[in-house]
Design a protein around this ligand. Structure first.
Ligand SMILES: Cc1cc2nc3c(=O)[nH]c(=O)nc-3n(C[C@H](O)[C@H](O)[C@H](O)COP(=O)(O)O)c2cc1C
Length: 391
């Protein structure tokens, strides 16, 4: 089974991803993995941290001569900011380091600071925020890049774009997949929106938030093309692919809602306006749909249409105009802590969303076709596709 975990603190030495269950013989395009990491760092409204970091993946294991060998793949992404934090984040106990360091004692509403500090019995939110921080998503993107390379072997492609920032929304609901994919070729990620006019309005939302020393959220959409029908299952609650995708997207820091297909609008429509009617194309020997309101999933399984998943982000919680909080020690009212922070992270969250969706789909694909080597997985996949064609 394809599994992954991450480790590492935001200002520690680095971030680590360990991905196991990758079949042997998968060619790793190292430059591609680094390009994915770079995409996560971009976007209008990112803070100073992203100017310091320049992420690059070091493969520590699981790959030999450019190809996976079936053993766990470990990837390290160093934190370039580490030299400035060596004392504050020292692994060893040195009293002189602790004396120099001022605890973060005014928790930010909306961040993990208060809940985590209570849970782990600290008096310093630093212990919690270091791991809760979305810096961790760099490791997810590295793992996701490997999942995308795997999916690419089966001509399955994953892309994302931004459909709303604050009150500014992309008005067209239908966006061609190729237009979304083409956003990757742009020299600079602005807000990763396919429509320049909508992107301009989104930029104004970020500018307004910046001027007001505030933050702004939004919505990203992940789309997946080329997925065969039958990934996931309807047999058990935790095998349903829509549930797995929802968890994967919801696990991204600051995501507070997930939509599959046109779910939100569908809730207010009649069934006849929502279901995607089924037709059959005899020349292509396949079932077709004129619409895809289901977002490519029915009964917890892929139905062969494009997968469409949206993540809804709250505005991030570190504000330059801090909100009310309470000091851990004195229990007196104080302003919440502020440290260098982003204003808008929707495009970056979309890149993380791609990674999470790719990891879920790669796992579902391998569950369906199995295989300890790419060659074996491919043979099994081709057999399944032949079965579908001859149905
Ligand atoms: C790519 C990305 C970057 C983020 N950057 C920040 C940030 O600079 N400051 C901040 O307060 N929150 C940021 N967040 C959100 C927090 O990590 C998140 O709100 C926090 O961990 C609490 O989790 P929750 O919002 O999911 O409850 C970011 C989220 C993402 C996806």
């Amino acid at each position: 089974m394809l599994k992954f975990q991450t480790a590492g603190e935001s200002h520690g030495q680095g971030l680590v991803a360990v991905i196991s269950g990758v079949p042997a013989g998968l060619h790793i395009d190292f430059a591609y993995v680094d390009r994915e990491l770079k995409r996560r760092m971009g976007g209008y409204g990112r803070g100073g941290r992203m100017k310091i970091e320049s992420d690059s993946a070091q493969f520590l294991s699981g790959v030999r001569h450019g190809e996976t060998i079936g053993s766990p793949v470990a990837v390290l992404i160093e934190n370039r900011d580490w030299p400035n934090w060596k004392e504050a984040m020292a692994v060893e106990y040195r009293p002189e380091d602790r004396a120099k360091y001022k605890p973060l004692s005014s928790p930010r509403p909306g961040h993990a600071d208060l809940a985590g500090t209570l849970k782990y019995n600290f008096r310093d939110a630093r212990y919690v925020l270091e791991r809760a921080s979305a810096r961790e998503t760099a490791a997810r993107v590295a793992a996701g890049a490997i999942a995308k390379l795997l999916l690419g072997e089966f001509c399955i492609r994953v892309a994302s774009h931004v459909v709303a920032v604050g009150r500014a929304a992309l008005l067209a609901r239908e966006t061609p997949f190729e237009a979304i994919l083409a956003l990757r070729d742009k020299d600079e990620i602005v807000l990763n929106c396919v429509d320049p006019e909508a992107e301009q309005r989104m930029k104004q939302e970020v500018d307004l938030a910046t001027e007001n020393r505030d933050t702004v959220g939004g919505v990203f959409e992940v789309r997946v093309r080329g997925v065969p029908p039958g990934l996931g299952a309807c047999a058990q609650w935790d095998e349903r692919l829509d549930g797995q995708l929802a968890q994967a997207i919801m696990s991204i820091q600051a995501v507070k809602g997930v939509e599959i297909g046109a779910a939100v609008g569908n809730a207010a429509r009649f069934g006849s306006e929502v279901q995607d009617e089924i037709a059959y194309n005899r020349s292509q020997s396949r079932f077709t749909r004129a619409s895809n309101r289901a977002g490519g999933i029915e009964g917890g399984m892929t139905n062969g249409e494009e997968i469409v998943v949206r993540g809804f982000l709250k505005p991030i919680s570190t504000l330059r105009r801090p909100l009310e909080s309470v000091n851990f020690e004195t229990r007196e009212p104080v302003k919440a802590a502020y440290e260098r922070s982003d204003v808008c992270v929707v495009p970056a969250a979309g890149v993380v969303g791609e990674a999470m969706v790719a990891l879920v789909l790669a796992r579902a694909l391998l569950e369906k076709v199995g295989g300890d080597s790419i060659q074996e997985s491919r043979r099994n996949f081709d057999g399944y596709v032949a079965q579908l064609r001859s149905y």
